[in-house]
Design a protein around this ligand. Structure first.
Ligand SMILES: Cc1cc2nc3c(=O)[nH]c(=O)nc-3n(C[C@H](O)[C@H](O)[C@H](O)COP(=O)(O)O)c2cc1C
Length: 331
């Protein structure tokens, strides 16, 4: 299944581990890269020192290419410089206008993937020199930039940026059928988040995992501004839970007037408090009411049924996609 994107970025299978702040461990990034995919580490909340340490932890586990994900709404220049000094192969940029960061990353010999939610944003980044575009559909878990579903978004972006810049499809892809569909739509790889929350190497809290395992495709909700404490005005998709129910019953009031706002729901192992409506990925080091937190999830959650080593997830998706493609009716 190797293609032009894999060749130019130096990986084997068209599978990218979605960067997922708070729950992607160095072990998970390395496991995906070691199994032939591309691991991306979400390090935009990290200080430069912590970012370097995390990168060293990955390097101790793999010689394969991996990437670092930075958030354009946060100051990212010092983090980018540290990544380039560390020789990180791929920089993934999301949430905002790229400014000169694409050119800076490329000047430092990194490949750049820019995440876009529509064709206009994709074209803008392509014109600035992005090496690939992640097209994130509305089905995606976590923070969601656009309002277009993956199925129409991929061909739209493929047409807008032309054949020389590969597109990576994100949102609702959780198995080999989704990968095959993404390839058929013109994407060069799938960028997979929710399915990798169930990787054994992920830092996902066990209660969060249990809720993912029993959820159906109807059990997520897209909200403009609900889990906004710590990150306002950033639409997102999460599992329906008691916090969404509480807010719904109160008539969906806006921020500042919601029931039990700032109620402490959980604490970290270093006693940091997590409050209701906070934007947080439930990490296994939390204790408290995990169910009431922002349990980010994409609509592909019904395909996530059990924990597995990341390498098995990569292997299974590639094998299933091959089978799906080989069984398509010939015309
Ligand atoms: C728990 C979680 C955390 C996320 N954090 C980030 C992040 O830090 N940076 C980013 O670019 N995208 C983030 N996302 C979005 C993913 O990169 C990706 O677009 C999404 O998971 C794809 O949809 P899927 O979950 O249906 O596979 C996050 C998604 C989840 C589920």
């Amino acid at each position: 299944m190797k293609n032009q994107l894999c060749e130019s970025f130096g990986f084997e299978h068209p599978i990218v581990l979605a960067p997922m702040a708070g729950v992607v461990s160095p072990e998970l990034v390395a496991a995906v890269s070691n199994s032939g995919g591309l691991g991306l580490a979400p390090l935009w909340r990290f200080s430069v020192d912590d970012l370097r340490k995390y990168i060293h932890d990955i390097k101790a586990l793999t010689d394969r290419p991996f990437g670092v994900n930075l958030n354009l709404e946060h100051p990212s220049e010092a983090q980018l410089d540290a990544c380039l000094e560390e020789g990180v192969a791929v920089i993934s940029l999301f949430w905002g206008r790229p400014g000169n960061l694409i050119a800076r990353a490329k000047a430092g010999n990194a490949k750049v993937i820019y995440s876009a939610g529509d064709a206009q944003a994709a074209k803008h980044a392509a014109d600035l020199g992005a090496d690939a575009i992640c097209a994130q559909g509305w089905e995606a878990g976590g923070h969601v930039f656009g309002k277009v579903a993956t199925m129409p978004l991929i061909p739209s972006i493929v047409d807008a940026i032309g054949p020389s810049i590969p597109v990576i499809a994100a949102g609702g892809i959780a198995d080999g059928r989704g990968l095959a569909a993404a390839l058929a739509l013109g994407a060069s790889a799938a960028w997979i988040g929710t399915r990798f929350l169930a990787a054994e190497e992920a830092w996902t809290h066990p209660d969060y995992l249990q809720h993912l395992f029993i959820a159906s495709e109807n059990d997520t909700e897209y909200c403009e501004n609900l889990f906004d404490i710590g990150w306002p005005d950033a639409p997102h998709r999460a599992l329906k839970n008691s916090t969404i129910e509480l807010w719904d019953k109160a008539g969906r009031p806006s921020s500042g007037s919601r029931p039990s706002e700032h109620e402490v729901l959980a604490v970290t192992d270093t006693q940091k408090e997590i409050v209701r409506y906070q934007s947080v990925s439930p990490h296994r080091n939390l204790t408290g009411s995990i169910e009431a937190l922002s349990m980010w999830s994409g609509q592909g959650v019904s395909m996530v049924k059990r924990s597995q080593p990341a390498a098995d997830i990569v292997r299974e998706i590639v094998a299933d996609a091959r089978q799906v493609i080989s069984k398509l009716p010939t015309v």
